[in-house]
Design a protein around this ligand. Structure first.
Ligand code: HEC
Length: 147
């Protein structure tokens, strides 16, 4: 658990706008938005590495993978029917299509596992493949379930 917390704290520190963006969000809504903000920051860091703009740091890849696994496993629990209101950008059809939404979340968890495997092997080629798959899971879900 500790590495996930570290990534979360680093992400919060890096993003001064986070508190502002989530103003008015509380409880389970804030929890899920915070999880997504962490993924957003992790993805930026990974993209810089994938493009060769920053050096590959296997610890960051490992932690980003862990955050994706954890988010993929717990995210679908965080959408009770009464939690669809501003400032959330979540679409209401998550409730009626929870099975499909959960499948997409499982895809995120699997992509996180692939990132962790690449970090364990310290294999750059595996990282590049895993990162592509990982980034794809974000788009697949947002296109259906995020405003
Ligand atoms: C299973 C579906 C799903 C997957 C997979 C997913 N997201 Fe999201 N994401 C959402 C939903 C739904 C919201 C809107 C949540 C809300 O506002 O209540 C969201 C919101 C966000 C936000 C805005 C958070 C904020 O500040 O309010 C960011 C950034 C984000 N996602 C990044 C990512 C990234 C990066 C990935 C992939 C690594 C990803 N997401 C994967 C469903 C998903």
């Amino acid at each position: 658990m500790k590495p996930i917390v570290l990534v979360a704290v680093a992400a919060l520190a890096a993003s001064g706008t986070l508190a502002l963006a989530h103003k008015g969000a509380s409880g389970v809504m804030k929890e899920r938005m915070d999880m997504m903000s962490v993924l957003g920051n992790n993805t930026k860091a990974l993209a810089m590495m994938a493009r060769g703009r920053t050096a590959l740091d296997w610890q960051i890849v490992e932690q980003a993978g862990q955050a994706a696994v954890h988010t993929g496993q717990t995210f679908p629990e965080k959408f009770p029917a009464d939690s669809f209101k501003a400032p959330s950008e979540a679409k209401r059809n998550i409730v009626s299509e929870l099975e499909n939404f959960t499948l997409l979340a499982v895809g995120l968890a699997e992509a996180g596992q692939a990132l962790q495997n690449a970090a364990d092997m310290q294999d750059e080629g595996a990282f590049l493949v895993a990162f592509q798959g990982y980034a794809q899971t974000c788009k697949a879900c947002h296109s259906l379930y995020r405003e």
